[in-house]
Design a protein around this ligand. Structure first.
Ligand SMILES: NC(=O)c1ccc[n+]([C@@H]2O[C@H](COP(=O)([O-])OP(=O)(O)OC[C@H]3O[C@@H](n4cnc5c(N)ncnc54)[C@H](O)[C@@H]3O)[C@@H](O)[C@H]2O)c1
Length: 256
């Protein structure tokens, strides 16, 4: 098999870095030669996560919903590295698992704040750096919940529909440049978040596989590394003609 395209010399920022998809993506980008800045709100998890990552990984504690935090991490990276080539705008939360009639307004607002405002702010500060250098790839994390309605996670589903809209709009705004903006739409990935959504609990219980795989044509859950592989493709020059796309990584779940 041909060698994967090198990301050597590229500078990448990954948000939601201490989570399962963030971590798998940092590993893969670093393995392909990128220098990665790992951004997460949770200092303890970020410390534990970066201990397992290549020494070149730079951790930064920041909350993607706070404009001053976002401005600051973007400034730190441009001061240190002079450029940003890859931005995996990935931090997200699932919120409550409840029907709309029982859903708390505070949680609804919080989900939109992290998943939509966070993605917007990341692009607001990274795009000027990329357009000035006339290159770069932004990959936002949406979800298959952004492509269809989903029972009991209306706020999450609405937020991920918004991420797809933000992605397409940003891609069009960059059309005169060599900056590309795409998103990945993971399906059911074997992870803490999926377990919380399927079981309605956030206690680390394993995903009840039988229940979850029922409507997946591939008849299995996805792996965080399989999302990372698509992100690495979109980040690379192999995707030079790909912009404004929403890539399902879902074992065929949204195909039928
Ligand atoms: N796991 C799945 O099955 C699945 C499916 C579809 C989409 N996604 C999306 O993939 C992304 C990553 O999910 P994951 O499974 O790795 O989840 P995760 O919960 O393991 O990781 C999310 C990370 O984001 C961080 N985070 C949350 N709010 C933040 C904030 N305000 N500022 C900075 N960091 C913040 C958390 O501390 C955590 O480390 C999310 O956007 C999620 O919605 C996940």
């Amino acid at each position: 098999m041909a060698e994967p395209t090198s990301l050597s010399g590229k500078v990448a920022i990954v948000t939601g870095a201490a989570g399962e998809i963030g971590l798998a993506t940092i590993r893969l980008l670093a393995e392909r030669g990128a220098r990665v800045v790992a951004v997460d709100r949770d200092a303890d998890s970020l410390k534990r996560a970066t201990a397992k990552l290549p020494a070149s990984t730079l951790p930064i504690v920041a909350d993607v919903t706070r404009e001053d935090d976002v401005a600051s991490y973007v400034q730190q990276v441009t001061d240190a590295a002079g450029r940003i080539d890859i931005f995996f705008n990935n931090a997200g939360i699932e919120g409550d698992i409840a029907p709309i009639t029982n859903y708390s307004l505070d949680t609804f607002r919080r989900v939109l704040d992290v998943n939509v405002v966070g993605v917007f702010l990341g692009m607001k500060y990274v795009l000027p750096v990329m357009t000035a250098q006339n290159s770069g790839s932004i990959i936002n994390t949406a979800s298959i919940a952004g492509m269809m309605g989903t029972v009991n996670i209306a706020a999450y589903s609405a937020s991920k529909h918004a991420v797809i809209g933000l992605t397409k709009s940003a891609a069009l705004e960059c059309v005169q440049t060599k900056v590309r903006v795409n998103c990945v739409c993971p399906g059911l990935i074997d992870s803490r978040m999926l377990s919380a959504i399927v079981t309605g609990r956030n206690d680390g219980s394993p995903v009840p596989v039988e229940k979850a795989v029922d409507r997946i044509p591939a008849r299995r859950l996805g792996r965080a590394s399989e999302v990372a592989a698509v992100v690495a493709f979109l980040a690379s020059d192999d995707a030079s003609y790909v912009s404004g796309a929403a890539y399902p990584v879902d074992g065929g779940r949204t195909a039928g």
